[in-house]
Design a binder for this molecule. Structure first.
Ligand code: SAH
Length: 396
């Protein structure tokens, strides 16, 4: 038997783990080893003493163990190499690891890659790691080494951006910085042949919203010769695609001045800054202006609900935002609208858009139903990994 401490579940509480769902809720635990510390590796057993999984322990939240292996394992460098290797192999299948057009992708997406609590994005040779649990944070040096060993020449440095992502009781010594190598503070990445500055040191999340890559391509498809309004633009992802696709005019809106600076730099980089203007204002205020000139409008707000308890207010927020836009958009224009709130599922989002259209008195048609790209995989056993949804709507 290994010397890994044990957690024993109450009778009948093993079923979700047997179906490879990785979360152990506090109410399911009958007995745990003495002296467990946040982030300790533990083995989970059923009441019948059957091994169920190995994971990280974290006291205090509703989830007490996040399982990263459903087989007994020794958690060492070789183990992290195996897990990172599996994730990398999948991105290679997706054509992301050796592409002449794209060198920015998500290497690890938490539960979707069997690594709850860990997110890693790759920006043109710099891997940016975010631990969301103390367990992954404690393993960060080994994980960084595993990234280097698996990716070889395709990665030069690993940056730790965990200080603000640790969900509970961040260790006092959690400071962002390089774990291995040093690639400065920013780089230029290519995404489907579009270029962007990415600043992982000061940027939101790991520096760039990698999850809109495929949806940006769809915006490009409808932007040639068109006037485009991109709200909640952050670094101007949709704006740059529209500009490069030949948009006649692009307006970008974000309440953050820093985001607007980044968007302006990226518009410069595209070589089409003459067709671009950015506004550091609240989207709800901007939508009070007339919108008749725009052929395409994009609404990509931050998550309005981070928890189930906030779902109702979030739905009201999405309804209001979309109704304001729909009321004023011209006939024949296209709305790209998104929600990244995990608790608002695609059916609820679609119903919310129906309510917004009724309020606005507009008839709309669904052109496309959008989701997150495959480098943000959803484990079939853990549907909670599905968070991004979008609708492309034709406004009649
Ligand atoms: N569409 C972006 C990601 C959006 S992230 C991309 O493709 O990369 C959400 C952005 O909304 C953040 O930049 C945040 O600063 C901005 N934001 C939040 N509330 C806002 C508001 N009320 N009005 C305008 N921008 C807002």
């Amino acid at each position: 038997m290994s010397n890994i401490p044990h957690i024993i579940l109450a009778k009948g509480k093993e079923h979700s783990l047997l179906r490879f769902h990785p979360w152990v809720f506090s109410g399911a635990v009958k007995k745990k080893a003495d002296g467990l510390q946040d982030g300790d590796v533990v083995e989970v057993y059923s009441a019948q003493n059957e091994f169920l999984g190995t994971g990280h322990y974290q006291h205090g939240g509703s989830i007490v163990v996040r399982v990263f292996s459903f087989e007994p394992v020794e958690v060492n460098l070789a183990f992290w190499e195996y897990k990172i290797g599996q994730a990398y192999k999948f991105r290679t299948t997706l054509g992301l690891t050796n592409s002449s057009k794209t060198n920015v992708y998500r290497l690890v997406f938490a539960e979707g890659d069997g690594l709850p609590g860990l997110v890693i994005d790759v920006y043109n040779g710099t891997a940016v790691l975010q631990a969301h649990t103390i367990g992954m944070y404690r393993a960060r040096h080994e994980i960084a080494q595993a990234i280097m060993n698996v990716l070889g020449d395709n990665v030069k440095a690993v940056y730790d951006k965990s200080a603000e992502s640790l969900s509970q009781k961040a260790p006092a010594d959690a400071v962002n910085g390089y774990l291995l190598g040093d690639n400065g503070a920013e780089t230029i990445v290519d995404e489907n042949g579009n270029q962007f500055y990415v600043d992982w040191v000061n940027g939101q999340k790991t520096g760039f919203f990698v999850d809109q890559r495929e949806n940006r391509e769809l915006v490009a498809r409808y932007s040639a010769g068109k006037k485009v309004l991109n709200t909640f633009c952050y670094t101007g992802g949709f704006s740059v695609y529209a500009l490069n696709a030949g948009a006649e005019l692009v307006h970008s809106v974000d309440s953050s001045k820093r985001a607007i600076e980044l968007t302006n730099r990226n518009a410069e980089l595209s070589g089409h800054a003459d067709k671009h203007e950015a506004f550091a204002v609240d989207t709800f205020d901007f939508l009070k202006r007339p919108l008749e000139e725009y052929d395409v409008v994009i609404l990509d707000p931050p998550a309005f609900a981070k928890h189930l308890s906030a779902r109702h207010n979030a739905v009201m927020g999405y309804k209001r935002l979309n109704a304001e836009a729909l009321k004023k958009m011209k006939s024949g224009s296209i709305l790209f609208t998104f929600s990244c709130s995990q608790v608002v599922d695609k059916y609820l989002f679609e119903n919310t858009l129906m309510a917004a259209a009724i309020e606005a008195g507009r008839s709309i048609k669904i052109m496309h139903q959008l989701s997150q790209p495959a480098d943000h995989p959803i484990s079939i056993f853990c549907p909670e990994g599905e968070y991004l949804k979008g609708l492309v709507l034709y406004v009649e």
